[in-house]
Design a protein around this ligand. Structure first.
Ligand SMILES: NC(=O)c1ccc[n+]([C@@H]2O[C@H](COP(=O)([O-])OP(=O)(O)OC[C@H]3O[C@@H](n4cnc5c(N)ncnc54)[C@H](O)[C@@H]3O)[C@@H](O)[C@H]2O)c1
Ligand SMILES: O=C(O)C(=O)C[C@@H](O)[C@H](O)[C@H](O)COP(=O)(O)O
Ligand SMILES: [Zn+2]
Length: 369
């Protein structure tokens, strides 16, 4: 078991990572509880698989609980999902001093985090992430929110969890596709700031599903890197945007595919990272060898890595550029990108000619045939 500490003034918390932690949730919650009652919000899939274990552990520890199950999938990260979560929290008479548990993947974490940021102007919440993506990324750092028709994560708040409990055993029931999508965010950490971690992933990535120790190491390394960045830039005034590597492309693709099963968030991130490396190469910032190595690794892992891996129609290059215009990194009407000087060397820049981005998108669309 390992613990990553996130030190933020007045909002410090721990991330517990390891096997068998679902049963330990009551013990970890205890110091934070004002009364012996919590509420849990989860999705319909996780409600079937993991909720009973958590509820039983709470009951054994003498902690009362009530739960709400919302439909599984990205579409629940919406105004409708938010209304359902907030109204239920109020129905349950949850007090500011109580704890709301977000049990599930990044969709539950982002939605419940936002619902608790605004209900009673702020209720504490605990992340109990059950996907690889949520354990390595979304449960940490306090970015919460929903998608709107204008784009991805465009309404939300920074609201840090009071505790994160990542039971790596819970990942055993995750479908391969969701595991590989989460891997998109894992590899992002190596690509943005740690070439040694990327090299470790090249060697160990293919056995993460079957090697508990390797999996726990990958989760802990990603959480530590995220915690380090969040501690120096909680609200994305600067460095935190590095965590957005691959997302400018990825979010536009998610929007273009209607936040549907056609493209999962982590898949969009993996494709977006490959495109960010291509763009960096075209601009003479990064070697073609590094870009090729990234593409080869994604292919070996079996995760999506190019626009050719997305089924169905996509907008043309200008259509995708128009979707990118809603990115939260836009400043003075100009898009800022996370580019790379090599593997592990990401940086943020506004100095990216629109025509270079359009050309990368056009070539990627042409590859689809
Ligand atoms: N806040 C952040 O910093 C941050 C970071 C990265 C991603 N995100 C957001 O996270 C979301 C994606 O998260 P996700 O990939 O976890 O998707 P998700 O929450 O939709 O989970 C993926 C699927 O796996 C199922 N599932 C969850 N745990 C399971 C388990 N243990 N066994 C079997 N099935 C399980 C879910 O029911 C769902 O169908 C996106 O909305 C993305 O924008 C947020
Ligand atoms: O925590 C962050 O900061 C990130 O950028 C992590 C991303 O993986 C995540 O997808 C985040 O939700 C993106 O945020 P956004 O502000 O670009 O919507
Ligand atoms: Zn992401």
């Amino acid at each position: 078991m390992s613990v990553v500490h996130v030190e933020l003034p007045g909002r410090a918390y721990d991330i517990h990572i390891g096997g068998g932690l679902m049963q330990r949730v009551p013990h970890l919650l205890r110091p934070l509880l004002r009364r012996s009652r919590v509420v849990i919000i989860t999705d319909s899939t996780v409600a079937e698989i993991h909720l009973p274990v958590l509820e039983a552990a709470l009951q054994t520890a003498g902690i009362e609980s009530e739960s709400l199950s919302l439909p599984a999938g990205e579409a629940t990260k919406s105004w409708q999902g938010l209304t359902a979560a907030v109204e239920w929290i109020l129905d349950q008479k949850v007090e500011r001093g109580d704890l709301v548990l977000a049990l599930g993947g990044g969709v539950m974490g982002d939605l419940v985090g936002f619902a608790t940021a605004i209900a009673r102007r702020g209720i504490r919440f605990v992340q109990v992430p059950t996907t690889l993506l949520a354990q390595v990324d979304s449960s940490v750092g306090g970015k919460t929110g929903i998608n709107t028709r204008h784009g991805k994560n465009l309404v939300g708040a920074f609201h840090q969890p009071a505790l994160v409990v990542a039971d790596t055993d819970a990942l055993r029931t995750l479908p391969d596709r969701d595991f590989l999508a989460g891997y998109g965010e894992v590899v992002k950490y190596g690509l943005l700031g740690d070439v040694t971690f990327f090299e470790w992933l090249e060697a160990n990535g293919p056995r993460l599903r079957s090697d508990d120790a390797a999996l726990a190491h990958a989760v802990a390394r990603a959480c530590q890197m995220k915690a380090d960045i969040v501690m120096r830039d909680e609200t994305e005034q600067g460095d935190r945007a590095l965590l957005n590597l691959g997302h400018t492309f990825g979010h536009a693709l998610e929007s273009a595919t209607g936040y549907s099963d056609r493209l999962l968030h982590g898949e969009g991130v993996a494709i977006g990272c490959a495109l960010a490396f291509t763009l960096s190469t075209r601009l003479g910032l990064c070697s073609g060898q590094d870009a090729g190595r990234v593409r080869a690794h994604l292919q070996r892992m079996g995760t999506k890595g190019s626009l050719a891996d997305i089924a169905g129609d996509l907008p043309d290059a200008d259509g995708l550029l128009a979707l990118m215009a809603q990115d939260k990194k836009v400043q003075d009407g100009k898009l800022r990108f996370v580019l790379v000087r090599g593997i592990g060397q990401a940086f943020i820049t506004a100095d990216v000619p629109r025509d270079a981005v359009r050309a990368v998108l056009q070539d990627a669309l042409d590859e689809r045939g």
